[in-house]
Design a protein around this ligand. Structure first.
Ligand code: NI
Length: 152
């Protein structure tokens, strides 16, 4: 496993659409392992493959209990609304208020190629929306209604 460099805001790769994963090979497994290690190092909640320079539809989300691996994820349904502080490892130290659904159900594939569904609430729901958007070249900054003062 290895730590990967995180692409920062301003790099065009973050605005590109990622491609569907057709086959889970050793490179994908290695990418997932590296993304886990990179997320852990930065104490992040989620990380999408384009953030490490790979335009594939892959993201990981730490639910607090486990780290979910999302390959070709899709949002199936959403419910409610929450407004809170959101950040991104590609925008170090920057946080803004973003409104998201409070409950988000996704369908995705794991590293074994098995499809699963998962219903996330609150922070996990927020992370699902945030990470899946990265795969379409969209960033949380597009939704920020108010930028927050950096913590001293
Ligand atoms: Ni992000």
């Amino acid at each position: 496993m290895a730590i990967r460099n995180i692409v920062k805001f301003g790099d065009d790769i973050l605005k590109k659409k990622s491609r569907e994963v057709k086959k889970i090979d050793d490179r994908i497994i290695c990418l997932l392992d590296d993304m886990r290690e990179t997320l852990k190092l930065h104490n992040g909640v989620g990380l999408a493959a384009p953030q490490v320079g790979v335009l594939k539809r892959i993201a990981i989300v730490d639910t607090g209990d486990t780290i979910l691996e999302l390959i070709n994820p899709e949002i199936i349904c959403t419910e409610g609304e929450q407004t809170g502080a959101e950040g991104c490892l590609s925008f170090p130290g920057e946080y803004g208020l973003v409104t998201r659904p409070n409950i988000v159900k996704i369908r995705a594939m794991d590293r074994n190629g098995c499809m699963y569904e998962y219903t996330g609430e609150e922070l996990t729901a927020r992370a699902f929306c945030h990470e899946i958007e990265h795969l379409d070249g969209h960033l949380f900054s597009e939704h920020v209604t108010e930028w927050l003062e950096p913590e001293k």
